[in-house]
Design a protein. Sequence first.
Lengths: 617, 158
Amino acid sequence: MNRINSPEELEELRKAIIQKRVFERPCITVCSGTGCHAYGCEKVTKAFLDEVNRKNLREKVHIRTTGCHGFCEQGPIVVIHPEGIFYRRVKVEDVQEIVSETIIAKRVIDRLLYVDSNTGKKVMYEKDVPFYKKQQRIIFGNNGLIDPKNIDDYLAVGGYKALSKVLSGLTPEGTIDIIKQSGLRGRGGAGFPTGRKWELVRKQKGDGKHIICNADEGDPGAYMDRSLLEGNPHSVIEGMIIGAYAIGAKSGWVYVRKEYPLAVENIQIAIDQAREYGLLSKDILGSGCNFNIRIVKGAGAFVAGEETALMFSIEGKRGVPRQRPPFPAQKGLWGEPTNINNVETWANVPKIIEKGSDWFASIGTKTSKGTKIFSLVGKVRNTGLVEVPMGTTLQEVVFDIGGGAPDGKKVKAVHIGGPSGGCIPQELFHLPVDYESLTGAGAIMGSGGMIVMDEDTCMVDIAKYFANFLQDESCGKCVPCREGTQRMFQILADITEGKGKEEDLQLLEELGNVIKATSLCGLGQTAPNGVLSSIKYFKDEYFAHIRDKKCPAGVCKPLIKYTIDAEKCIGCGLCKKNCPADATVGELKEPHSIIQDRCIKCGICRDVCKCDAVTIS
Amino acid sequence: MAEAPMNLEKCIRRHDGFLVPILQDIQEHYHYLPEEVLKEVADKLKLPLRDVYGVATFYRSFSLTPKGKHIITVCLGTACHVRGGERIVEIISRELGIRAGDTTEDLKFTLETVNCLGACALGPIVVIDSEYHGQMTTAKAARFLKELRGSEWGKEDE
């Protein structure tokens, strides 16, 4: 790799890379995000390489491992270019056939195509899959095209063009203006205007300024930042270099969760490659601008995602938040002015610079501009990452893209915004997804976790789940959060055990409001959202637990009973064989039954029953 | 765990004296943070031991006690939770006779939970020795455990 010394040299290199690539040549892309990894995509990739070698097609066919395509439910995903033929759930055994049929004989293999669950029709091309149709993938789109471990792939799709534009003509102030006018707001949760944040740091005196990429994606059920870092790390790095130039920062930090090993690996490779090309380190593209990025791995603390806690964590201390002001823009890392943005925010920056603030501001709603990536998970048919313009309704996201709940169940609510967020019932699915609407409904945008819940999800149990999460993750520094989250959890645990009282609801609301008003940091200030919103929208479920001692969804163990329907049971003995507590009894070919005293309510009998004879009451 | 002692000097230099990554390397090497190594770290970084201890006990990925040969991690992210992750922890916990977060006395198994692995489409997920097993059910988990337990505890009987 040769160092690039000017924007002109960058363009020459880009041209050379594009020219070298014969685009007519078939290219087999294998998705290599964490989801597809878990499905075994590595073996599929190896099988493709072996097969192509065996058939002496090495020079004629490209095999490329790419970042996450988003449709994780269907992994491992293989797309054949240039046509864009979309194969899902590809196994090693399918590889030979794909090469001989699709690559050589140009025939599509029917059984590997995606079937539209609404129409029953098979879909041939990736762009026609309903999951992608309503999306606008401006940040996420390149994930499926490029190999994240190869900087040339990023350059081939126009990467670092924005940086080149900034360094060859824009002033730092001019750059900040573009970001301000675009209306970009932070994608990490609170939604603070990015341009204004940059300006605050720019105006601070001194040479030692820092920028941080917050990749401590701690919200359970959210993984878009992980996918961006894994799938398109250079877009984040490019955003950070532009930010560093605008702010006047010389050192950058990526704080990433250690639970994301592939993201750590890919961002490190990307940083090394950018450095070799001279896009990081000294005199970037001959502009005189110096900037370097260092990776810090988180050590497992949810609260460390809070900006002041995160900075202490980088400094090697306990990741506990502190009082603001002073804000990080005034006193951040080692007391120096610091600008923190989230992964997705950084990835938006190059696009805005390249295409202009007007273009960006034309997408979305009046106050929320651009797109947002959500991780659509839980009880939903099409699980995965979706990128939609701000203002898209929940109905569109959950049903048109997500396909509703599986197995014909009824969707009850979505939980948005992780532990700081809240639930929104199906009656409010006409709401547009933007910062203000979600906050107004009792949830928050958060980083973008969207967990779908169906009739088998108990809303009290979910409230308890988040309360447990928060009492565990509360750092303990301030009393309202430390004590308050514990009490909330205890009250909710009592309710799910059938020991709740009607006054408990009022107590929860009172306690919740105190925690919100008096906690030190964002964790505590938003901790009661989940509980309060579930009481607001699902009071009847609380009453069922408190008054009737029943869990309507059949989740809360002390309130449920497993029984076997004698009419449905064929006496196959599977439940008896698998029961870990010897609670299931019966003779072969005779209806079985459960001895309630012995039953530990693990649900194995229900999982293994082939004739749906085990019921929860 | 009879590990060769790690080169602490080198590790401190590599991380420019940053405490968290140093502890991460120690954790990875020994599978826990031995007391004498923590004392050495404090000494070399010229930090009070209480600060090192404070950091070591703050973050979830550090452990002051040795971990088992096999590490079983159950994801309890929200997506896994609504699909029944909790029931899977209970069944594994019962099979091994330990609670989540604990290690069997013979240091063969550690059972852990994690807040989210970010592979929600596959939930519920169980990771056994770094290998992901998705769409887990209680029945499947019980089967896995029986096999694993048999291979480990079976061997000891021989």
